[in-house]
Design a protein around this ligand. Structure first.
Ligand SMILES: O=P(O)(O)OC[C@H]1O[C@H](O[C@H]2O[C@H](CO)[C@@H](O)[C@H](O)[C@H]2O)[C@H](O)[C@@H](O)[C@@H]1O
Length: 254
């Protein structure tokens, strides 16, 4: 997403509860449904959240999907097996009880993973996250290495023909050709999401494409977190505010 497409809107209003009426709801996971933790494994999904999302999905006639940078396998392990999922930033899809639609893991991703490990070796706090068809280098535990990690990831992306996906204290290398915006377009053409007004809630730069796609299809994006240049039309301060907003949605007819 180029900076020129991002409108600088410092203080966005909170979304009206009515936005969820008739919505097809797309939810990011990390930083949106769960607070950011020190490590990827440090995030726990509580049963209250799963119950809330299940009730909201039912209220929306099934039109609720999780759209995450996490892999489908990880999302299912986290407790989202009964939800419609788009994983790895729009590269993977899965309907409840069905197999995963995903491209194969490329040898280039293994090469990137090996290079990330060689870089992280002997640098406490750096963490290499092996994912189904991608790999991440996390520097939340060693922010002093962030700039060099970014240079390495950028070089590897060029050399190996992979897409560089920046995240929160994270550089990820993955196949290109999809993003959260394309995931919204794919799912909006299918049951159960087709026919609703897309609403995308997310916190990270990877969610901007989701906001853009929702707006292009007549819906809106909701940014979670402090003000920044964004394509979202509304904002919520933090994860707790997202949950409160979704609880309001459960109380309204879909
Ligand atoms: O699209 P998302 O659902 O927001 O997933 C994006 C990435 O989230 C995870 O990393 C982020 O969250 C971690 C846990 O809170 C945190 O430790 C890390 O610093 C963040 O970057 C996940 O590990 C990645 O695989 C996802 O791509």
């Amino acid at each position: 997403m180029s900076e020129s497409r991002l409108a600088p809107l410092p203080h966005l209003p909170p979304p009206p509860a009515s936005l969820l009426t008739g919505a097809s709801l797309f939810l990011d996971f990390d930083g949106t449904l769960a607070p950011i933790a020190d490590t990827p494994d440090g995030v726990v999904v509580d049963t209250d959240l799963l119950t809330l999302l299940g009730e909201l999905r039912d209220a929306l006639g099934g039109r609720l999907a999780i759209v995450s940078g996490r892999s489908i396998a990880t999302l299912r392990d986290l407790g989202f097996a009964n939800f419609l999922l788009a994983g790895t930033h729009g590269l993977e899809f899965a309907h409840p009880g069905e197999g995963v639609e995903a491209p194969p893991r490329r040898p280039a991703v293994d090469d990137a993973e090996a290079a990330f490990h060689a870089f992280a070796d002997g640098k406490p706090g750096l963490l290499v996250e092996r994912k189904s068809i991608s790999v991440g280098l996390h520097f939340r535990g060693a922010p002093q290495w962030g700039a060099q990690a970014g240079e390495l990831a950028s070089d590897l992306a060029d050399k190996l023909g992979l897409a560089l996906q920046p995240g929160k204290m994270l550089f990820e290398l993955r196949p290109g050709g999809a993003d959260k915006g394309s995931a919204v377009h794919v799912l909006m053409a299918r049951a159960p999401m087709a026919g609703g007004r897309p609403v995308f809630i997310g916190d990270d730069v990877t969610d901007e494409e989701g906001f853009a796609a929702a707006a292009a299809l007549g819906g809106a994006g909701i940014l979670v977190g402090p003000p920044r240049a964004t394509l979202a039309a509304f904002s919520l301060e933090q994860v707790a505010a997202v949950r409160h907003y979704l609880l309001e949605g459960v109380a309204r007819p879909g």
